[in-house]
Design a protein around this ligand. Structure first.
Ligand code: NAP
Length: 246
């Protein structure tokens, strides 16, 4: 463990979170992989990274459950002694006409995508304030910047993440804690699984770089924001989106 830095990555059993966990592990970080349901995938990542000699561990917790989030943070502190970086990546999306969004669906999308960020940020705050050091990186979406038709709840939650990032950056700046946001464009993960071939090709066409993003494209941005090279950046939204939103 020694001088390694420690990161908690939420929603790291699949997609962008998984790629981010792999990248941080490859760079020598202690990585706590959070997830909520995909046991098989999470244990496969754990085994794979441990075989490579990485210091990683798993913690199953729904980020919308404050008590479990607090237990996860305590577990991380007991295991690694500190938390340098929190990456709030866990997210869920659903396509529905606005008129058909049920209250339960609205609450679930907000609970995971926005309240989850609130829960995790508040829970890591005491150690970051004590250290007078910390970086929080929140994963929003281009849809939080420009809005997506048939994803009003998701867009609202992701716009909320951007607002939370900016406000918290102002509040925590004097304590040397940076809070930034990554707002990916269309990235090839399970989240796109409900889109048709035609919808995916239309999205590709609408992207100036003429391709969809890979989870690694987002992981690289996150790693930069977590690095010492990004020490003067706070309250910002970095959008790896291939030019889809300019
Ligand atoms: P994904 O492949 O569906 O992965 C989502 C991850 O979040 C999984 O590891 C999942 O773990 C975890 N998760 C879901 N609900 C959770 C909860 N309540 N508590 C803890 N973990 C939870 O999605 P992705 O594309 O990688 O998305 C990652 C982030 O990027 C999300 O915030 C998403 O909104 C954002 N994003 C994605 C795209 C895109 O095009 N893919 C674009 C913009 C932004 P379990 O399966 O174990 O629950």
């Amino acid at each position: 463990m020694g001088n390694r830095k420690t990161v908690i990555i939420t929603g790291a059993s699949r997609g962008i979170g998984k790629a981010t966990a792999e990248l941080f592990s490859a760079k020598g970080w202690n990585v706590l992989i959070n997830y909520s349901a995909s046991d098989k995938e999470a244990f496969a990542i754990l085994r794979n990274l441990q075989l490579k000699g990485s210091e990683v561990d798993l913690y199953k917790a729904d980020v919308s459950n404050r008590r479990k989030v607090k237990q996860m943070v305590d577990y991380c502190l007991n295991k690694y002694g500190t938390i340098d970086v929190l990456i709030n990546n866990a997210g869920v999306s659903k396509q529905s006409l606005f008129s058909e969004i049920t209250v339960d669906e609205w609450n679930e999308i907000l609970a995971v995508n926005l309240t989850g960020v609130f829960n995790c940020c508040q829970s890591v705050l005491p150690i970051m304030l004590k250290n007078k050091y910390g970086k929080i990186i929140n994963v929003s979406s281009i849809w939080g910047m420009v809005g997506a038709s048939c994803e009003v709840h998701y867009s609202a939650a992701k716009a909320g993440v951007i607002g939370l990032t900016k406000a918290l950056a102002k509040e925590l700046g004097p304590s040397n804690i940076q809070v930034n946001c990554v707002a990916p464009g269309i990235i090839e993960t399970d989240m796109l699984s409900k889109l048709s071939f035609k919808e995916l090709s239309d999205l590709k066409e609408a992207t100036p770089l003429m391709k969809l993003g890979k989870p690694e494209d987002v992981a690289n941005c996150i790693l930069f924001l977590a690095s010492e090279e990004a020490n003067f950046i706070t309250g910002q939204v970095v959008s790896p989106n291939g030019g889809f939103v300019i």
